[in-house]
Structure formats: structure tokens, C-alpha cells
Design a binder for this molecule. Structure first.
Ligand SMILES: [Zn+2]
Ligand SMILES: [Zn+2]
Length: 279
């Protein structure tokens, strides 16, 4: 029997004769069920019409992204370290080319996922590369397809390879996690942030939301806590959840400035047109 994949969020469900009646991830207010109702696909159908494209973002960091657009449309990032490769975030499609390319690069040491919207088919990637999946325990209720590869971690930080540390920020999800890579950006540090810290179209701005599709904010206190949790970590770049969304310089300042402005807008409301000087 095939596993079933939600066409809206990309989450996989156990193999059953018929698809499940509902997708709890999409019924949650942070996602949505489309106007024409819940739709499902299978790995075979998905692989028949989609392929993964690869892009090198810096010497030891690759982006893997499914074409044409599927579900939420996020990218997975493959991070190379002397101790082995880490897959950051996940996508539903593991095509044969991707599997062969990752094997040629030395396989995977582990998978870490920022939050439940990107859990997708992590179970199949873990099985293919015989590696663990690190998820924050605060989001355990959102695992729709339990698997022995899943390792829930508790607390605020977890180093999964030398210089590769998971930081629990919360916000969008209680267990919302980012990955700090000390050797990224030529040793100046990089943050792989999923949509826990969302890189905006303006490459010098990030944002933070409770729900992205439904455009619902986080509280000022939560945004302050996220910025304060990140403050001790040095990083030049921030790689967000979507292709093209990366802050290439001044990452720590961009995050602090964006958080401060967000809190200011929540507290003071928007200025009337013309009230605020340009720049
Ligand atoms: Zn769904
Ligand atoms: Zn999300």
C-alpha cells in the first residue's frame, strides 16, 4: 500500500488502502485546507511529474528544491561537515537522482527539521540513508507518521555535529528550531532558519509569524525572546526556507533590527502616511 502525502502541506501519512479523511496539519490555523477541499498524492504520482533541482549556495551548502512547485514549496539544505552531511529541513520528493547524488557526497549523518510544516517525508529520507531525524519534543504531537528514526530532543540547544547546533526558538511552533553553523559563510557563521526566522523579499529584513498563509503575528514578547535567544550566536548569513531567500551579510544586525522594528509596530501601531521620514 502506498503512503499518502497531503498535496497542500506535503506531510506524509502511513500506508493505508485509502488516504486519511483529514490532514490535522492543514486543519490547524497555521495552515489551511484549500477551497476545493483536501487533496492527496503518493510518492509515485509525485515523482511522475516532479524533479528536484540542486543549487550550490556556498562551498559546503547545497539547496534541494522540487520543480514544478509542490505543496508549501520550501527547500531542503544539504550541509557538509568533516563529520558527515546534515540535511536541514525536508521535502516530500526523494527522487532517484537526489538519492544517487547524496550517496556520492557520502550519504547523511542526520536530518534536522525546523518545524512540522517541513516534516514531509523525512521518514523515507531517514530510511534511505539510515540516519536519525532530530525533532524538538515540544512538537511531538504533530508527527503524523511515527518512525523509529525519529529522535525527539528536549531543552534549548543540541549539537548534532561539531559546530552544527540546533537552537530552539519557538514562535511559529513551540518547538520551532533553527540551525547554527559555525563554519558557514567562510567561518563567520550562518543560520539556517526555515520559517522560524523568515527571510523577507528585502534581503536586509526578516520576520516572524504565527501563521504565514493566514498572516497572523506573534506577540512582542515572543519576538523579543527569539531575538534574545539568538543574540549570543554569531552569524553573517541567514538562509531562509525558500529559494532566493537569504541574508548574505550582517545577519545578526538584520535579525536584531527586524525584531526591534516588529515590536515597535505592534506596540505603537503604524504611522500615518507621511509621518515617518524616509530611510
Ligand atoms: Zn496537509
Ligand atoms: Zn511553517
Amino acid at each position: 500500500m502506498p503512503i499518502h502525502i497531503c498535496s497542500t502541506c506535503g506531510t506524509s501519512y502511513p500506508d493505508t488502502v485509502a488516504p486519511p479523511p483529514r490532514c490535522p496539519i492543514c486543519e490547524d490555523e497555521r495552515q489551511y485546507v484549500p477551497r476545493n477541499g483536501q487533496a492527496w498524492t503518493t510518492p509515485e504520482k509525485l515523482g511522475g511529474g516532479h524533479v528536484n533541482g540542486w543549487r550550490r549556495l556556498e562551498p559546503d551548502l547545497f539547496e534541494i528544491h522540487t520543480h514544478p512547485h509542490f505543496a508549501i514549496g520550501q527547500r531542503a539544505l544539504l550541509l557538509r561537515t568533516p563529520e558527515g552531511n546534515i540535511l536541514w529541513d525536508c521535502i516530500s520528493l526523494l527522487d532517484e537522482a537526489t538519492e544517487a547524488l547524496i550517496r556520492a557526497l557520502g550519504g547523511l549523518r542526520g536530518i534536522a527539521v525546523s518545524h512540522p510544516h517541513y516534516y514531509t517525508c523525512m521518514q523515507d529520507w531517514a530510511r534511505a540513508f539510515e540516519c536519525p531525524v532530530h525533532l524538538h519534543a515540544a512538537d511531538a504531537q504533530w508527527v503524523m507518521r511515527p518512525d523509529p528514526a525519529i529522535r525527539h530532543w528536549d531543552g534549548e540547544t543540541l549539537e548534532i555535529a561539531k559546530g552544527v547546533t540546533l537552537l530552539r526558538l519557538g514562535g511559529h511552533f513551540a518547538g520551532g528550531t533553527v540551525l547554527h553553523w559555525a563554519e558557514g559563510a567562510g567561518g563567520r557563521g550562518a543560520l539556517l532558519s526555515g520559517d522560524i526566522v523568515q527571510v523577507a523579499p528585502d534581503p536586509n529584513r526578516v520576520s516572524f509569524l504565527w501563521s504565514y498563509p493566514n498572516m497572523m503575528p506573534l506577540s512582542a514578547a515572543m519576538v523579543r525572546r527569539i531575538a534574545d535567544t539568538l543574540a549570543p550566536w554569531g552569524y553573517q548569513r541567514v538562509y531562509g526556507g525558500f529559494p532566493g531567500r537569504q541574508v548574505m551579510a550582517g545577519g545578526t544586525q538584520v535579525v536584531e533590527r527586524s525584531a526591534a522594528r516588529y515590536i515597535e509596530l505592534l506596540g505603537a501601531g503604524q504611522p500615518e502616511a507621511g509621518d515617518r521620514p524616509a530611510g
